[in-house]
Design a protein around this ligand. Structure first.
Ligand code: ADP
Ligand code: ZN
Ligand code: ZN
Length: 769
């Protein structure tokens, strides 16, 4: 099957396919054109037709290198001087992705500076690409014309038997099935196929016919009678459903204000129109409880999460694509669910950093969802007790397509938990021991346990370890240039700034109060656990962090044990602060609110506010009320003070001017470059070169004034400086002109060449440093 020799017909036009190489492309970035040979353009063979959204096999470069590629466009081009190679094969019997999702992928590739072929491998789960759990089966049948003259055909005995058996069958049969039925080998069957007496087609069938009946049945729940705030929020969403273009509705409501109930009712409307909804939730809150809430209200839901097998995911994917599903509930990547008539996208806990993917393409589900909603002219609903400032500024501003709905009260008049701070500076003077738990917190834990209540203790994931802090007066060692806390490194005995690389030896004596014993010792969850066990020997203690929660399902099991009351004290990192609902929790203690506050991240205050507010939402859900104690050296810090008062608006009002002054999001854009490798010098040198390149390309925008200028910060060691034996450095570039920043980074990314052993990535709109 040689490809047609098109050059002999130089006058005409040729059918061409534009492709991108699958994955990172084996060094072949960009788009390439190939000729589509006649046999891959034949409408009578739809399974082998080249069209956008299918994978194809192409020859690439010299020699006989063959790559798998995605066809992204098919068109007609004049047979010109350019010598094109031909597609070799069409790999998928049908497109894997619709044209509109392909457009979305193109946007992602462009915006997140990632090859389209790599974006497509993210948009399409591996199980879908590999058609996991299905097998191609050839199915035979007898054409009606043949059946009509069956008795008049002259055929050898075995062929006749096979043909008659097939004609008598009520359904198509595979060759082995027919051979068995007609008691022959496949040879006579092949002879029949050759003669055109038997038709064949290829189908993909489930190998594991997964069973819907195995899903637990749940009792159906009726919609709740909404209160005034809820009714107003629902009305806002319903109005957005009527709007001719996509609108974003931010539901800002305290935990327990009934946000979920509202968007479920909005989805009921959407489903009533025969459309589908996608609900994104953080992976960690994708619990049976959450899913159960949707099962109670909808007949056909699909759940997508990262622990799913390829087979299961592929099956869900096909059901969604076939329009059998009303609501897709899933983590970040569910934003790519192939719903045919998308009517609404909801992002619950919108502020969560897990909506940003931390490998290429480093997309943010909120931004992708917005693009998708716009294309579908569907509303995007964001829900949070602590919205990202990006979402807040948009909704609170003049944009008519960004609406804000506030729900400041808990359902049923439940009070907000009582939050108070414990000033660690004051405590230091009256304190005997040196533990992590202050006296007031310790007393409160005792009281709660005596009262048969449960306790949650939260230790910030970053630990105490990194800062240099005087326990007597609260003095914190900061960078003289960047106003961020310096980080202590035990191995080199140095305190360093993770933005500008400033370094100094850590002081022995407090520069402020002159007391000795400046503290730069770490505290991890293990140490905290030991302290809690020692102080409260009769309590059952459970530690939850990434170390103890490695195996799949361990998180679920731990929370179940806590819910059943088998555990009295649950301690752990951020993962316990997320969307959990425990009526018996009467006390939440935040061990170290400050370490979030001084992490080298321009969102440090925002993260601290979110953390304290979210964890406070874990208590007081039941009738017993609850309180929250926040240990801090800086009770007066605006982020902590606002969290204590449950006052998001005050936090935003205090924080936004600082962001605006420096041109940080939401008033400007940030791109982060991270490089890593075993040789620290090479890694740093690469980023130094990148910084120069950025400055050089940025000059034209710098000349346009401060509204367009670029600012490079760093390079410096990344906050997580050493990871799996590699050194990491980073730099940050910011500009008030996001488009200018983007243009420059595009050029830099194209130009920058890393030496062997050094790898680098560009993170557009980074959320977590
Ligand atoms: P949020 O999403 O804001 O945390 P939920 O929607 O989960 O709030 O509601 C909190 C609790 O109140 C849930 O148990 C929910 O079933 C219940 N609830 C919500 N709305 C109402 C209502 N209008 N009437 C009675 N109970 C409600
Ligand atoms: Zn001091
Ligand atoms: Zn600095």
């Amino acid at each position: 099957d040689d490809p047609p020799d098109w050059e002999q017909d130089a006058a005409g036009e040729a059918l061409t396919a534009t492709v991108v190489m699958a994955g990172a492309g084996g060094g072949a970035a960009g788009e390439f054109d190939y000729l589509v040979p006649d046999q891959l353009a034949d409408p009578r063979n739809p399974e082998t037709r080249a069209e956008p959204g299918r994978r194809v096999l192409v020859p690439f470069g010299r020699g006989d290198r063959r790559l798998s590629a995605y066809c992204v466009a098919v068109g007609v081009k004049p047979r010109g001087a350019r010598r094109l190679k031909s597609l070799l094969e069409v790999l998928d019997p049908a497109p894997l992705i619709s044209e509109s999702m392909l457009r979305l992928a193109r946007w992602m590739a462009e915006y997140y500076l990632t090859p389209l072929g790599q974006v497509l491998e993210t948009v399409l789960p591996a199980g879908v690409r590999g058609a996991a759990g299905t097998r191609e089966v050839t199915l035979l049948s007898v054409p009606t014309a043949v059946a009509a003259r069956l008795t008049r055909l002259e055929l050898p005995e075995k062929q006749r038997r096979a043909l008659e058996s097939l004609a008598a069958s009520t359904k198509p049969l595979s060759p082995p099935q027919l051979a068995k039925l007609a008691d022959c080998t496949t040879a006579p069957i092949n002879a029949l196929r050759k003669k055109g007496l038997v038709e064949s087609r290829v189908e993909r069938l489930d190998t594991a016919q997964a069973d819907e009946l195995l899903a637990p049945t749940v009792e159906r729940q009726q919609p709740k009678q909404l209160n005034k705030d809820q009714a107003h929020t629902l009305a806002t969403i319903l109005a957005a459903l009527e709007a001719p273009q996509s609108q974003t509705v931010l539901i800002h409501g305290v935990t327990g204000s009934g946000k979920t109930e509202v968007y479920i009712q909005a989805i009921e409307r959407v489903v009533g129109f025969g459309r589908q909804a996608i609900v994104l939730v953080p992976e960690i809150s994708l619990t049976p409880q959450t899913v159960g809430r949707f099962r109670e209200r909808f007949d056909h839901i699909a759940v997508l999460h990262s622990h799913q097998s390829d087979v299961e995911r592929h099956r869900q994917w096909r059901r969604i694509a076939a329009g059998e599903i009303q609501v897709v509930v899933g983590a970040r990547s569910a934003v790519f669910a192939p719903t045919p008539h998308l009517g609404l996208i909801v992002i619950d806990e919108e502020h969560e950093t897990s909506f940003k993917q931390d490998t290429a393409p480093r997309y943010h589900a909120r931004e992708v969802a917005r693009r998708r909603a716009e294309a579908a002219r569907a509303p995007l609903v964001l829900s949070s007790a602590t919205p990202s400032l990006e979402a807040w500024v948009r909704a609170d501003g003049p944009d008519p397509d960004a609406l804000l709905a506030s729900m400041p009260r808990r359902v049923g008049g439940l009070p907000m938990p009582d939050v108070r701070t414990i000033d660690l500076v004051q405590e230091a003077h009256g304190r005997g021991g040196r533990g992590a738990i202050s006296r007031p917190l310790s007393q409160a834990i005792h009281a709660s346990l005596e009262d048969r209540g449960q306790v949650i203790l939260l230790l910030n994931r970053r630990g105490f370890s990194t800062h240099v802090r005087c326990p007597s007066c609260g003095y914190l060692l900061e960078c003289p240039h960047c106003e961020t806390a310096l980080t202590f490194h035990r191995d080199t005995n140095v305190a360093l700034c993770h933005w500008c690389d400033y370094r100094e030896p850590p002081p022995r004596i407090c520069p402020d109060c002159k007391s000795a014993g400046v503290n730069y010792h770490g505290l991890g969850t293990q140490k905290l656990e030991a302290e809690v066990r020692a102080r409260f020997p009769s309590a059952n203690v459970l530690r939850m962090d990434t170390d103890t929660m490695r195996s799949p399902g361990s998180h679920e099991r731990a929370l179940d044990a806590f819910r059943r009351g088998e555990v009295q004290v649950l301690l752990g990192t951020q993962m316990i602060a997320k969307g959990l609902d425990f009526p018996n929790v009467t006390l939440v203690g935040v061990i170290n609110a400050d370490s979030a506050l001084h992490w080298p991240d321009f969102r440090a205050s925002e993260r601290t506010f979110q953390l304290v507010t979210q964890v406070a939402g874990r208590t007081g859900r039941g009738e017993r009320g609850g309180r929250v104690m926040v240990q801090t050296f800086e009770p007066g810090h605006p982020a902590i003070a606002a969290a204590v008062r449950h006052d998001y608006a005050a936090f935003a009002a205090g924080e936004l001017p600082e962001r605006e002054a420096l041109g940080y999001p939401p008033y400007g854009s940030v791109v982060r470059m991270i490089a890593r490798g075993e040789n620290a010098k090479l890694v740093e040198a690469l980023l130094a070169k990148a910084a120069d390149t950025i400055r050089r390309h940025g000059e034209e925008f710098d000349a346009m004034g401060p509204a367009h200028a670029l600012r490079v910060i760093g390079p410096a060691p990344a906050p997580l400086e050493k990871l799996r034996g590699e050194y990491r450095f980073h730099l940050l570039v910011r500009s008030r002109d996001g488009a200018a920043l983007h243009r420059v980074m595009q050029r830099v990314a194209a130009e920058l060449e890393a030496p062997d052993g050094v790898r680098w990535v560009v993170d557009v709109d980074p959320v977590d440093m």
